[in-house]
Design a protein around this ligand. Structure first.
Ligand code: IMP
Ligand code: MG
Length: 175
């Protein structure tokens, strides 16, 4: 087992998710919004976010992306392994991501989604590791800024483990 240290508690996450949801509800009032969650990491964040958002017409879809690189850092090579199923043409899209690290994953997805001619594409991420960014990537809604470290919990995994944890933890020691 790895050694984990609590970084963001479930209560802090819940509070911040409500704040983000309130901001989004205000910004998109009366609009047709499609929330696109990036599997698997964003599934818990998306589930909490959409239940806190006050937009009666919202729709939900998912993509799954694979990036090729070393195990805990992504490379520029990203591939869609599960595409969106809803039409986003003319709609406002909010991409929901767990964590933005180098930025390659989201930059790629944003460009691909734009080919579907949505009205707009904005990014909502729970955690921004801004110091590790390698490609310019504007984040419209950000839960928490964290400088570094490998994080798990609340959807985030290490080798598919720890996604179920309610808080966010840093792996302080790998065994
Ligand atoms: P990027 O393309 O480097 O921005 O990589 C983002 C993706 O890498 C996220 O969608 C996560 O799946 C994964 N990732 C980056 N940092 C972490 C972390 O600390 N814990 C778990 N997954 C991470
Ligand atoms: Mg991910």
């Amino acid at each position: 087992m790895e050694e984990l240290k609590l970084l963001i508690s479930a209560e802090e996450i819940a509070k911040r998710v409500k704040e983000l949801a309130a901001q989004i509800s205000q910004d998109y009032k009366g609009r047709e919004v499609v929330f696109i969650g990036i599997l698997k990491g964003a599934f818990i964040f998306l589930a909490d976010l959409v239940r806190a958002v006050d937009l009666p017409q919202l729709e939900i879809d998912f993509v799954r992306l694979a990036s090729y690189g070393k195990s805990d850092t992504s490379s520029g090579e990203v591939q869609i392994t599960k595409d969106i199923e809803l039409s986003i043409q003319g709609k406002d899209v909010i991409v929901v991501e767990d964590i933005v690290d180098t930025g390659y994953t989201l930059a790629y997805l944003r460009d691909v989604l734009k080919l579907h001619e949505p009205r707009s594409v904005k990014i909502c991420c729970l955690i921004d590791k801004a110091e590790r960014r390698e490609i310019e990537m504007e984040i419209d809604y950000c839960g928490f800024k964290v400088p570094k470290g490998f994080l798990v919990g609340y959807g985030l995994d290490f080798a598919e483990k720890y996604r179920h944890l309610s808080g966010i933890y840093e792996i302080v020691r790998k065994k």
